[in-house]
Design a protein around this ligand. Structure first.
Ligand code: G1P
Length: 297
């Protein structure tokens, strides 16, 4: 029987320089998609995947994330006095249970691998999930739940993957697959972080959702820097592949890379369209915008 996946690590220490000046005082994870901060989508996905405890790896200026997942006494008291039951219920629904979150700091921005390593004591000796909050996934079934379902059959390590255009592969971690093990899952035979243009082993990117065995922490602790001069999670996973098996899952759904502006805006439109009242207003607006010449023309 495979050990259950109870804990997830959400690395939220990134500076968000691509969204300055919006992210000068507000963490990028708190930017909103329709009416929820990005981080809320990721936490909801984790909880729908059965996660009981979330470890946030934060940095300086990220306190507001902690506040977001706490009780807002004054606000809630005012809502109660005004009988705003629906708003109160909404806040309660999204609030984690007491004691089901931990916050630890990555003191210096040394890379994703280092951020995950910072969670080692809180995770302990059990398999766990990682969800990168730059990426939000729109799907019928939570992407992490799809991964956990696969993990229950395969055990080991699982990485969510999806196709990217060839000219984008240098922006991501890329995997190479071997044998198929289920309809949408295969064994991973190789992976490389941010391959130079033209050298990627495939067009399958690592989407930012992982289930990993705790041995990854030993590898992370002794790791050199890789792509971009940072300690890369992909490099430690590649080392771990020598002794453990890794499977890929082509999940059902679509990811939005909210680490860049086009992905962030697309996510706002895609999730906005889910609300029929918003869709009614958005569709004519988008039709009007499409008819307009592009600014560069
Ligand atoms: C990270 C990972 C990369 C993955 C990407 C997904 O890169 O290192 O393997 O493909 O997230 O968004 P980053 O975006 O932090 O540079």
């Amino acid at each position: 029987m495979n050990k259950p996946i109870r804990k997830a690590v959400l690395p939220v220490a990134g500076l968000g320089t691509r969204f300055l000046p919006a992210t000068k005082a507000v963490p990028k994870e708190m930017l909103t998609i329709v009416d929820r901060p990005i981080i809320q989508y990721v936490v909801d996905e984790a909880r729908a995947g059965g996660i009981e405890h979330i470890v946030f790896v934060t940095g300086r200026n990220k306190q507001v994330i902690e506040d977001h997942f706490d009780i807002a006494y004054e606000l809630e008291d005012t809502l109660r006095t005004r009988n705003k039951t629906a708003a109160l219920e909404l806040l309660e629904k999204h609030r984690p249970q007491p004691g089901s979150t931990s916050f630890t700091r990555q003191q210096a921005p040394l890379g994703l691998g280092h951020a995950i390593w910072c969670a080692r004591d809180i995770i302990g000796d059990e398999p766990f999930a990682i969800l990168l909050p730059d990426v939000i996934i729109k799907s019928q079934v939570s992407c992490l739940k799809q991964m956990v379902d696969l993990y229950e059959h395969t055990g080991g390590n699982i990485i969510a993957v999806e196709e990217v255009p060839e000219d984008q592969t240098h922006n991501y971690g890329i995997v190479e697959l071997s044998d198929r093990i289920a309809a949408n899952a295969s064994r991973i035979s190789n992976m490389v972080e941010k391959p130079a243009p033209g050298t990627a082993p495939s067009n399958l990117m690592i989407t930012g959702r992982y289930i990993l065995q705790p041995e990854i922490f030993d590898l992370l602790s002794s790791q050199d820097t890789g792509a971009g001069g940072e300690i890369q999670l992909t490099d430690s996973m590649l080392s771990m592949m020598k002794g453990q098996h890794f499977a890929s899952l082509k999940f059902e759904g679509r990811s939005y890379d909210c680490g860049n502006k086009a992905g962030f805006l697309s996510a706002n439109i895609a999730f906005g369209m889910d609300d029929p009242k918003l869709a009614e207003q958005l569709v004519p607006f988008m039709e009007e915008m499409i008819k307009q010449p592009l600014a560069a023309e």
